[in-house]
Design a protein around this ligand. Structure first.
Ligand code: PHB
Length: 393
């Protein structure tokens, strides 16, 4: 336990906030249940994303008979509402109030940045199953922080590569004005402009606004060669439908990181046809792990998994590898974290390994949405790592 966590505990205990059987805690915990705290959105525009991650994480544990490395796994969940102002209190509740062995969260970059700030101080084993905030695996990186998704700048760069390869030379960007939107646009621009592309205009809306009419009017008036856009969840479904209703689908090709079209295929129907995206996953990826995972997920939940489910599944795979290395004894943190950092396995997304800052080095697939499926059309960037700029741990 880190000194910060210990200090917080003794203060809280003195204040009578909660009680813990402190003397034999370590032995009891090595043999007893492993508590995983899930900080994820269960309400708001990202609720379906939180649900997919939760389902896949629980399914992984269930597929192992309910235990990892001999320890029965229990989950405690809090709804973070994708609201950054609530993040600190909720993270403290899980780390110090619930005393979780492992912290897993979240979807929204702003919430995740606040969560990781606490998690790195506390030293608690932390898995980030979506949020792409660059700093998490750049300046804020730490040996106990693992991300099983992507960095915002990384996916922006991979998408730029695919657009350049498709001959796009000029684009407008349209996104939400918060860390994820800004960094996905930032990473995109850097690579797109370095490759000779030109961004003519950036449009940004407050998160989680879905009033797209004035943005769409601006796009229709300017008629750029393409639009690069990050939205996700409920907001993405509405953007795609509004884009089509404005008559733009045929006129101005819509591109973006694959969050734009993952998990919303059914909701958007034909309005989504032809949208081109880049993501570290695609429907029907032809590998044995994806076939097995998709079948398991569909049998349990009646729908195909999306990228969020894959990220939740892989977070538990990484944890499982760490736990196995210490036979479930989470007190052996350094050894457990070293094994997690060295994890290398076949994921439903393809080969999975971490770069030095503990962010995935992975394939990014070019995809096109057609008839409800995001099918791979090529590789946008193979075995592509984020820069990890500023990571010193
Ligand atoms: C983020 O806030 O980092 C974020 C949210 C939803 C996504 C991707 C990234 O689909």
């Amino acid at each position: 336990m880190s000194s910060t966590r210990r200090e917080f505990l003794s203060t809280a205990l003195a204040a009578g906030a909660f009680t813990l059987a402190a003397p034999s805690l370590r032995n009891v915990r090595a043999a007893g249940p492993l508590k995983v705290g899930l900080l994820l959105p269960a309400s708001g525009t990202f609720a379906p994303l939180g649900e997919a991650i939760t389902r896949a994480a629980k399914l992984y544990v269930a597929s192992k008979g309910g235990s990892l490395a001999g320890r029965p796994v229990t989950f405690v969940s809090l709804d973070d509402e994708s609201a950054p102002p609530k993040a600190t209190e909720l993270t403290n509740k899980l780390v110090f109030g619930e005393n979780v062995d492992v912290l897993m969260g979240t979807v929204h970059s702003g919430v995740a940045a606040a969560m990781v700030k606490i998690a790195r101080e506390a030293g608690v084993t932390t898995l980030v199953p979506n949020a792409g905030a660059d700093a998490i695996t750049r300046a804020m990186c730490a040996p106990n922080i693992f991300r099983t998704s992507f960095a915002n700048g990384q996916i922006g760069a991979a998408t730029a590569k695919a657009m350049l390869a498709a001959g796009v030379k000029e684009a407008m960007t349209c996104t939400w004005r918060y860390a994820a939107g800004e960094e996905m646009v930032g990473g995109f621009k850097e690579t797109f402009e370095a490759g000779g592309g030109k961004v003519t205009k950036d449009i940004a809306l407050p998160f989680p606004d879905v009033e797209f009419q004035s943005a769409l009017a601006e796009i229709a008036a300017a008629k750029p060669q393409a639009v690069y856009s990050f939205f996700a969840g409920g907001g993405a479904a509405k953007f795609i439908k509004d884009y089509a209703a404005a008559g733009l689908s045929g006129a101005v090709p819509l591109w973006g990181p694959g969050f734009l079209t993952d998990g919303v295929e059914q909701a958007v129907g034909a309005a989504g046809n032809g949208i081109r995206t880049v993501l570290h996953y695609a429907d029907g990826l032809d590998n044995p792990e994806n076939k097995a995972f998709s079948a398991t997920f569909k049998a349990a939940h009646g729908i195909d998994p999306d990228v969020y489910a894959v990220q939740g599944w892989d977070a538990m795979q990484v944890l499982d590898i760490g736990l196995a290395a210490v036979s479930g004894d989470t007190a052996k943190k350094d050894a457990m974290h070293a094994a997690m950092a060295a994890a290398k396995f076949a994921s439903p997304r393809g080969p999975f390994e971490f770069s030095a800052s503990r962010n995935p080095k992975q394939n990014f697939y070019a995809r096109e949405l057609k008839d409800g499926k995001n099918r791979m059309t090529g590789i946008a960037a193979a075995s592509f790592a984020d820069s990890g700029k500023g990571c010193r741990a």
